[in-house]
Design a protein around this ligand. Structure first.
Ligand code: CU
Length: 276
């Protein structure tokens, strides 16, 4: 039965991957665009990226203007007699300090401050039990992603757990908490469409939460160079309406219960969901 489940998953993945291949060829401009944001918090990262891009572009323009401006005004043609300065006059020190402070407060401190605020108030604010988050355990390995959902007993690593690989089914509009680990080397669970990722580290459990806003099929990748087939280490995130997800979960739960094989020890790679 475990084999049947695997074949079922493989069959589904074939359907999904073939659908994706049929989609339109991307235009050259799409290479410069970000993937769409399907999370409630992705705009925070996008805003920060935009802020950094705009502020360093403005700084670059000022530096270039200074460089070429000084080359022009202080060229040998305009200054027959050279004038030597060492930059230690009070005015020089004041201008240097002013530019340094502007860069420090307007760029560095802003980036660090906003990033810290977002991490504290959003990214590390994991859903509480009252919010009824969906729990998913993820085991990375060279070179695939294994997913595990608790069954109707709300316990991990028991006979009714639903396990999938290559495809991660999730509901829209419900918070999801992922707990991630690795069988072999360090990987990184990365969904570009939510602007978030977390390392999968052997012997350690890391976590990440998300709430999704759009249904559809999206790419999952590995963002850590993890070996020769690292580039192949992808999976699909299938976001469904809550009702559809619950239907899938119920049927997969029955299949899992009927198909569990306690003698196959490697099926039980899950771990206890500790309160953190
Ligand atoms: Cu990897």
């Amino acid at each position: 039965m475990a084999l049947m489940m695997q074949q079922f998953n493989f069959f589904l993945s074939q359907i999904l991957f073939s659908q994706i291949n049929v989609s339109e060829a991307p235009s050259i401009w799409s290479a410069f665009k970000r993937p769409i944001d399907i999370s409630t918090y992705g705009h925070l990262s996008d805003w920060l990226f935009d802020y950094i891009t705009v502020s360093i572009t403005i700084s670059f323009i000022f530096v270039c203007a200074g460089l070429f401006g000084f080359c022009y005004y202080y060229s040998a043609k305009r200054n027959k007699v050279p004038y030597y300065t060492y930059g230690y006059k009070k005015a020089h020190l004041k201008i240097t300090l002013l530019i340094g402070l502007v860069v420090f407060f307007a760029i560095d401190s802003m980036i660090a401050g906003i990033a810290n605020k977002d991490i504290k108030e959003v990214f590390w604010k994991f859903p509480t039990a009252d919010e009824n988050p969906l729990h998913v355990e993820i085991m990375a390995q060279q070179w695939m992603w294994n997913f595990r959902y608790e069954g109707s007993d709300k316990e991990f690593n028991t006979d009714d757990d639903i396990t999938t690989n290559h495809i991660l089914y999730v509901p829209k509009g419900r918070k999801i908490e992922y707990r991630v680990s690795s069988k072999d080397v360090i990987h990184s669970f990365y969904i570009p469409f939510i602007r978030n990722k977390v390392d999968a580290i052997p012997g350690r459990v890391t976590r990440l939460w998300v709430e999704l806003t759009k249904t559809g099929t999206y790419d999952i990748g590995c963002a850590e160079m993890c070996g020769t087939a690292h580039y192949k280490m992808g999976a699909k995130l299938v976001v469904m309406e809550i009702e559809d997800f619950e239907k899938w979960q119920a049927s997969a739960n029955v299949l899992a219960k009927n198909g569990s094989d306690p003698s196959t020890v490697e099926n039980y790679w899950g771990w206890k969901w500790e309160k953190q």
